[in-house]
Ligand binder design. Sequence first.
Ligand SMILES: [Zn+2]
Length: 113
Amino acid sequence: MQTIEDLHLALEKNDIPASIDAHLGFHRLFYDLSGHGVLQSLWNGWETKLRLYLSLDHRTYSDPHDLAVEHEKLAAVALEGDIDEFRQELACHFQSALRARTEDQGKRRPRRA
Ligand SMILES: [Zn+2]
């Protein structure tokens, strides 16, 4: 998947803006592929806020490649078409991101996703 390759490359070069672009590109893909104007405009409304959030969040990964691996898993499950498993993976992806922010503000702890 092109966006995941971009993510790997950007992370290798430690290029945070490019990695954020690739990360957002990955999630945007789902809205674009839905073919629904309403979903696409929802995403357009979120993208700027998410970009801001990720500009802080992308620095909290102990190993940035975990981020790419996480998205490879998401893509694999999505392509398999197992909705329940996809929902679980996605919930994991967002929950761990939010947990890292709320549980220990101030002391940044390495985390998986
Ligand atoms: Zn993501």
